[in-house]
Write a protein that binds this ligand. Structure first.
Ligand code: NAD
Length: 484
C-alpha cells in the first residue's frame, strides 16, 4: 500500500468516525451489513455511554456461550486476517492521532500482536487420574471484561487483548486513552466486522465513543464487569486496585540495561540502540537507562554512534534537560514529570529543538549521566538515553535494581559471563529479563515465545494470555474413568 492509498483510507475512516466523536456516519457505510444491535454512531460496538457498551457486550457474551468452540477459532482467525490487512493503516492513524512513535515500528508492533498473541490453543485442559477416579480442569470465561488501554500501544493492546479475551470466551468493553479514541474505535469496529463475517455475534468488543478517566472509573465500578484489565501508568493501576474488583494490572516500567566487560560490545551497542529507539522509546519494555562497566564504556558509546546514536554533552545537555524534564523527581517514590510534548518524538527532532543539526538517520540521543540524574530515575518514553558508568558489574546490577524502582517489569543484560547473567536474572526479579538481545526480544519480536501488550507486573501474571482471562473449573468423577 502506498502513502496516497493509506491517506485516502485514513480520511474515509475519520469521516466514518464522525470527527472523532463517534457521531457522524453509520455502520451501513461498511462492507458488511449492520447487525440489528449495532449503534449508528461511529462503528460496530461503539456506544455513547458505559452502560450501553456493557449491556451490548453482555448480550453478546451470552450469545457467544451458545456458539461451538470451533466457531471461536474461526472468529480469531478472521480477526487476525482482517487486522493484518490493515496494519499499515493502523500505524498511520495511531501516529497521526497520538503524535507518538514511528510509523514503521508501529507496523511491526501491530503485526506482532496479530501474529503472536496466543488464541484458544493455549487453553489446554488438565486431567488427573488415579485410584480415586478422574478430575478434569478446564478454563471458563469470566463473562464481560473491562479493558483500559494506553495511548502508547493503542491498537496493539486492543488486538492482543481482544484475541486473548475472546479466545477465553469473553466479551470485552474497552476504555481507550482519550488521545487514541479514533484509532481505537476503528480497530474495534474492524475486529467486530471480522467476527460477524464468520457468523460470530455482534458487539463482542465494545467501547465508549468518548472515553475519559471518568468513564474508565465507571467501567471499573460497573456491576456487570467481572474482571478489570488495565494497561497504563501508576494512576490507572492504583485506581483499578481500589475498584474492589479482580484486577490484572500492567503498570509502568523503567527497564535498565547493564553491559559488562565481557559483553560483545558491537552487538550490545546495536541492540541497545535498536531497543531504546523502538517506536521512539514509548514501549514499556524498552531500554530506559544504560549502565555500563567503566572499562568498556568508551567502546560501547563509539559503537552506538555507528548504529544511529548521537551523543550530547555540555551546554547542549543542559538545554536537553530543560526541554524534556518538566519536573525532576523530588525523592523516593516520586518519579517526576516528563514534558509530554516530547514523548514519542523522533530523536533528530528533539536535537533540532535544542539547536543541534541532525539528520533523520539519528534514532537515539545518548548522554553521560551520574547515578542521581533525573532521567536515570524517570520513565522518559522518548529516544533520549542516559548512560551511567559503574566500576564493575556488581555495582551495575545493584544500580539497575534501584532504578527499576521495584516495578518488576523488564530488565536487559549484555554479558558472556554466565555467573553475571545468572546473578542479574535472579536479583532483578522482573517479569521479563532479556540476555544479549534488544528488550523487545522479550515480547517475542526476534525472541522466542508468544507476545502480549499487557505485561502485568504489579499483579504478577507477566505477559498475559487467554489463560489469565479465564477462570479455572474442576470436574471430578469419583472412582471411574481411569483407563489403565
Ligand atoms: P496512562 O496511565 O496515562 O493511561 C493509560 C490508560 O489509563 C488510559 O486509558 C487513561 O485514560 C487511563 N487512566 C489514566 N489515569 C486513570 C485514572 N486515574 N483512573 C482511570 N483511568 C485512568 O498511560 P499512557 O500514557 O497511555 O501509557 C504509558 C504508560 O503505560 C507508561 O507508564 C507505560 O510504561 C505503561 N504501559 C505499560 C504496559 C505494560 O504492559 N505493563 C504497556 C503499555 C504501557
Amino acid at each position: 500500500m502506498d502513502e496516497n492509498q493509506i491517506a485516502d483510507i485514513v480520511s474515509r475512516v475519520v469521516a466514518r468516525l464522525g470527527n472523532g466523536n463517534g457521531g457522524a456516519a453509520t455502520v451501513a457505510s461498511t462492507s458488511k451489513p449492520a447487525p440489528a444491535s449495532a449503534p449508528s454512531n461511529g462503528g460496530i460496538g461503539i456506544y455513547q455511554t458505559v452502560n450501553e457498551a456493557v449491556a451490548a457486550a453482555k448480550a453478546s457474551f451470552l450469545t457467544l456461550d451458545t456458539h461451538p468452540l470451533e466457531e471461536r477459532k474461526l472468529m480469531i482467525a478472521a480477526m487476525r486476517k482482517s487486522a493484518l490487512r490493515e496494519v499499515e493503516l493502523l500505524a498511520k492513524m495511531a501516529v497521526e492521532e497520538t503524535g507518538f512513535g514511528r510509523y514503521s515500528d508501529k507496523v511491526l508492533k501491530n503485526t506482532l500482536a496479530v501474529e503472536k498473541t496466543p488464541g484458544p490453543e493455549i487453553l489446554q485442559p488438565i486431567a488427573f487420574t488415579g485410584d480415586n477416579g478422574f478430575s478434569l480442569l478446564e478454563r471458563a470465561p469470566y463473562g464481560v471484561i473491562g479493558s483500559i488501554t494506553p495511548c502508547t500501544n493503542p491498537t496493539e493492546t486492543v488486538i492482543s487483548n481482544a484475541i486473548g479475551m475472546i479466545a477465553g470466551g469473553n466479551a470485552v468493553v474497552f476504555n481507550a486513552h482519550p488521545a487514541a479514541k479514533n484509532v481505537t474505535a476503528h480497530i474495534i469496529h474492524m475486529l467486530n466486522e471480522a467476527i460477524i463475517s464468520v457468523g460470530g455475534p455482534a458487539n463482542l468488543l465494545t467501547a465508549v465513543a468518548k472515553p475519559t478517566v471518568e468513564s474508565a472509573g465507571e467501567l471499573m465500578k460497573h456491576p456487570d464487569i467481572r474482571l478489570m484489565v488495565v494497561t497504563g501508568g501508576p494512576a490507572v493501576v492504583k485506581a483499578a486496585m481500589n475498584s474492589g474488583k479482580k484486577v490484572i494490572a500492567a503498570g509502568p516500567g523503567n527497564p535498565p540495561v547493564v553491559v559488562d566487560e565481557t559483553a560483545n560490545i558491537e552487538d550490545a551497542a546495536k541492540h541497545v540502540v535498536d531497543g531504546a529507539s523502538f517506536d521512539n522509546n514509548i514501549v514499556c519494555v524498552v531500554e530506559k537507562v544504560l549502565i555500563c562497566v567503566e572499562s568498556v564504556a568508551d567502546r560501547l558509546k563509539a559503537a552506538m554512534k555507528s548504529h544511529g546514536a548521537f551523543e550530547v554533552n555540555g551546554q547542549n545537555l543542559k538545554k536537553l534537560e530543560k526541554l524534556v524534564i518538566e519536573r525532576a523527581p523530588q525523592g523516593p517514590g516520586d518519579h517526576g514529570v516528563i514534558n509530554k510534548e516530547w514523548v514519542g518524538k523522533d530523536a533528530w527532532k528533539i536535537l533540532r529543538a535544542i539547536g543541534v543539526e541532525a539528520d533523520e538517520s539519528v534514532r537515539l540521543v545518548v548522554f553521560e549521566a551520574d547515578k542521581g540524574h533525573p532521567l536515570v530515575a524517570m520513565e522518559q518514553l522518548m529516544p533520549v538515553l542516559p548512560l551511567v558508568r559503574v566500576k564493575d558489574v556488581h555495582e551495575g546490577i545493584a544500580l539497575a535494581i534501584k532504578v527499576e524502582h521495584g516495578f518488576g517489569h523488564t530488565a536487559v543484560m549484555h554479558s558472556t559471563n554466565v555467573d553475571h547473567l545468572s546473578k542479574m536474572a535472579m536479583e532483578v526479579n522482573t517479569s521479563i529479563f532479556v540476555k544479549n538481545g534488544p528488550s523487545f526480544a522479550g515480547l517475542g519480536y526476534g525472541g522466542e515465545g508468544y507476545t502480549s501488550f499487557t505485561i502485568a507486573s504489579p499483579t504478577g501474571e507477566g505477559l498475559t494470555t487467554a489463560r489469565n482471562f479465564t477462570r479455572e473449573r474442576r470436574c471430578v468423577l469419583k472412582d471411574r474413568f481411569r483407563i489403565i
